[in-house]
Ligand binder design. Structure first.
Ligand SMILES: *Cc1c(COP(=O)(O)O)cnc(C)c1O
Length: 824
């Protein structure tokens, strides 16, 4: 049974008041705005928007190559494409919003619209976790809450849904208007109004007024009772008089009142009063934000006229949303994507999209019964198979009796097992080879047992890399650049120690223009793993020219001698096309590069051959991170400019010109020229502290407590007895030492680690594989998590303890520490 939620192009043209060039009968079932996620092109409509770096036409070409034949555009390409259909509108984003609004109006379902400065995604996901078995819920994927994300999310509503939960975010004035028209919430939730990141808003009041517009559109509103500004704005506006108002907070005026809470053993026990009735819930979190978010969920449940007591056990099992998906290196050159925290169709789709971005030929899916859905089994697994089949898995493993019964719907080589243990019993590690494996399922199936068998290493000490924060940091740097400025990301030394392939792959997904490596072998590894982005080798050693050419890497040329040798190699290899090279000008670093006075010699050589052409000319700043050395920077830049101009005059073409590294982008954006080279900034570090506040830490080094010892005053710890307890003390041993890259100078009180938000001092001498910390005053137990650096202590704090710089810290963490990559 499929009632009609899809549109054909003729109908879309009518709804959007668009001109249609093409087939009006063509049905549209999927909407794409990102070419990387295209999997079912046949009935897909590509929303052709201009990107930050590239034009709409560029993405249209890419989408066409991926098989898309229908496009929403604001101009028709100059070169018509075979068999393509175009919906021509004035403004593509506005048209998409119009469509979403129309789509929303076709359904009468109750809909929560959530706005606020923090907690939108958590509240949305938690409400889903609390309510999935009572409603067929449509909700925003990930944190889709923008002008583009909201319409895209709303288009996912179909006739099965009987509740919607959507986020709405604003980053500039006048954005909520469009979102409220699209969402038409029946209940609007305002989580809070922050004051820290006002960004494009004048003050807190104007930000609040913008967000409150969402509430004006709803019949029922949920908002904080403890915020005077919000209370004032709402009670002074007659629009709200007729609405049902539910407030939450500590104030005794709050409808849903937080009476008190206690935190014990990683849980919070929260007492809540609603209309004189007391309730108690327990959540597995202890931080303030989680308590607040839980309170908002209680208010939402109350708004549905439900009894909180019926949700107690679900509150106890709430999952953190940032723990959703992890990407790990697995045995035999494979990659493991582990998403075994929740199981529903939206999160399955997200996981499948992450998998599609991994360039491995063999793709394996391990999928369990889907528990968080209210659909009847037949329909549920039909939909599941429809989602999964277009990804063309090499192999699918189904676990669970329900999904196994629908084995025939899946079009791959399928094996089915009743339990995870049955599957593991026949799993042979040697059969896993160069593949990407997605583990997707519900917690109950304990897919982590499969993950344990497939993970490359099982050391408790890991370096976590948050790919979402990496993306955030890159966007933050991009915001300092003109749209036309190209971006090179430096991935030398295994991306500053964070891992080569995964970081390069993430950067390729982000459409960076260039990758920079130090030596040819690093470039070769990236090419072998399927990275296609242009790669510059900064320090090509002379025995590596063959590798450079064989793997289409682009060398930096820094002396006449190197140029001659490289030309000789090109000749030997009989390369016919001119080969791209990059000239490095020495302007003050006195490391590698041509002195300006050597330019004539190079230019003469270049004029005498057509084996190479200069794709870029660059130099490197010695003091971009030192405000007191601005004069030196300007002197370097003057020399660089002069050399560049001279080259252009002599050769009559303009290579890409670039000079800025991460600190340079922040301090000298006026010298961004055609490209910049971003390195350490990707990891959330900058010498410019104000700017650093806008970045997020990408790397977290962590471990666990192996053992806790109680010692008496006078007893000593570790080699050399350098620590002696002055009182009865609890000492935790951590499975990490100098062989992992923790330098010995950090021992004996010289650094701290973070356990449950408290700092514990490192005591005694650091050993090869272990170190000890004093946890006398910290409530913790064996097995608990320990942060060596991340948010607090930060990478720069840790570098300070070592009297070095974050660059050296990151590149010194040894290879036995597993790198784990998180998305979202
Ligand atoms: C490493 C490197 C960079 C990046 O420097 P950051 O300070 O990490 O931004 C830029 N350019 C060159 C030539 C480099 O070697």
């Amino acid at each position: 049974m499929k009632t009609k939620t899809n549109y054909n192009l003729g109908e879309l043209a009518q709804i959007l008041n668009a001109k249609l060039i093409g087939d009006k009968e063509q049905t549209i079932e999927e909407y794409y705005f990102d070419t990387r996620t295209i999997v079912c092109p046949t009935n897909g409509l590509f929303i052709t928007l201009k990107g930050l770096q590239k034009s709409g036409a560029y993405y249209l070409d890419e989408a066409y190559q991926k098989g898309i034949r229908s496009f929403l555009v604001s101009s028709i390409p100059a070169q018509p494409k075979d068999g393509a259909n175009y919906l021509l509108v004035q403004d593509v984003l506005v048209a998409l919003q119009m469509l979403a609004k129309h789509h929303r109006q076709r359904f009468t379902l109750p809909l929560f619209g959530i706005t606020g400065s923090n907690g939108k995604t958590v509240v949305k996901e938690w409400l889903y976790q609390l309510l999935w078995n009572e409603y067929n819920i449509a909700r925003s994927p990930k944190s889709y809450n923008s002008q583009l994300g909201v319409p895209f999310s709303v288009l996912l509503i179909d006739e099965h849904n009987d509740l919607g939960i959507f986020e709405a975010g604003v980053s500039q004035p006048n954005e909520m208007q469009a979102l409220r028209c699209i969402l038409q919430p029946t209940t609007a939730i305002l989580t809070n109004i922050g004051s820290a990141h006002l960004e494009n808003f004048l003050d807190r009041r104007s930000l609040a007024l913008e967000k409150i517009q969402l509430l004006e559109a709803a019949q029922e509103i949920i908002y904080p009772a403890d915020d005077e500004l919000i209370e004032e704005l709402i009670s002074s506006n007659p629009v709200f008089d007729s609405k049902r108002r539910i407030t939450f907070g500590k104030s005794d005026k709050a409808t849903v009142q937080l009476k008190q809470y206690q935190t014990i053993n990683g849980q919070s026990s929260i007492d809540i009063e609603i209309s004189g009735v007391l309730f108690n819930i327990i959540i597995p979190f202890t931080d303030q934000a989680s308590i607040q978010n839980a309170l908002i969920c209680c208010a939402s449940i109350y708004s549905l006229n439900k009894n909180l007591n019926d949700y107690k056990s679900k509150f106890e099992k709430l999952l953190p949303i940032e723990m959703r998906l992890e990407i790990k290196e697995a045995i035999n050159n494979s990659i493991l994507i582990n998403d075994a925290f929740n199981s529903d169709l939206i999160s399955l789709k997200n996981a499948l999209d992450t998998l599609a971005q991994q360039s491995r030929e063999r793709k394996v899916l391990v999928l369990t019964d889907i528990l968080q859905s209210k659909l009847a089994d037949k329909e549920l697994y039909q939909k599941t198979a429809e989602l999964v089949n277009p990804y063309h898995f090499t192999e699918i493993v189904l676990i669970g009796e329900k999904i196994s019964a629908y084995k025939k719907l899946f079009k791959s080589y399928v094996r089915a097992y009743a339990t995870t243990a049955d599957f593991i019993a026949q799993l042979r590690q040697e059969n896993v080879d160069h593949e990407v494996i997605l583990l997707k399922g519900s917690r109950k199936f304990e897919l982590e047992k499969i993950s344990e068998q497939l993970e490359k290493r099982t050391h408790d000490t890991v370096l976590e890399i948050n790919l979402e924060n990496l993306r955030h940091n890159i966007q933050t740097y991009r915001s300092l650049l003109k749209p036309s400025t190209k971006l090179m990301c430096m991935v030398k030394a295994n991306s500053y120690g964070t891992g080569s392939f995964e970081i390069a792959n993430a950067l390729q997904q982000l459409n960076v223009d260039y990758l920079g490596v130090a030596i040819a072998d690093e470039g070769k590894e990236l090419r072998k793993a399927g990275i296609l982005t242009p790669i510059v080798v900064m320090n090509p050693e002379q025995h590596s020219y063959s590798t450079v050419i064989n793997y289409a890497l682009e060398p930096e040329i820094y002396t006449v001698r190197v140029l001659k040798l490289f030309l000789q190699k090109l000749q030997e290899k009989q390369i016919s096309e001119p080969y791209p090279i990059h000239l490095k000008i020495e302007t003050g670093m006195n490391r590698l590069g041509f002195k300006p006075e050597q330019l004539d010699e190079i230019i003469a050589l270049l004029k005498s051959t057509n084996l190479v052409y200069v794709r870029s000319i660059f130099s490197h700043l010695a003091t971009a991170d030192m405000p007191e050395e601005q004069d030196f920077v300007r002197q370097q830049i003057a020399v660089f400019n002069k050399s560049y101009d001279y080259f252009v005059e002599q050769m009559a073409y303009r290579p890409i010109k670039h000079v800025l590294n991460s600190p340079g982008i922040v301090a000298y954006p006026e010298h961004q020229y055609d490209m910049v080279r971003l390195g350490i900034g990707m990891y959330g570090y900058s010498e410019y502290k104000d700017f650093m506040n806008r970045l997020k830490p990408t790397v977290q080094f962590k471990t666990v407590i192996s053992q806790i010892n109680e010692i008496e005053a006078g007893e000593s710890v570790s080699y050399g007895r350098r620590y002696q307890a002055k009182r009865h003390a609890r000492i935790a041993t951590l499975p990490v030492g100098y062989a992992d890259g923790i330098r010995r100078t950090l021992g004996n009180g010289n650094s701290k680690v973070n356990i449950h938000g408290h700092l514990a001092t490192v005591v005694g001498t650091i050993c090869m594989d272990m170190m000890m910390v004093d946890v006398t005053d910290i409530d913790c137990k064996e097995g608990d998590e320990v942060i060596i650096f991340g948010e607090n202590p930060s990478l720069s704090q840790y570098a300070n303890w070592l009297q070095t710089i974050p660059y050296e810290v990151l590149t010194s963490i040894s290879t036995r520490v597993q790198r784990i990559y998180y998305k979202e």
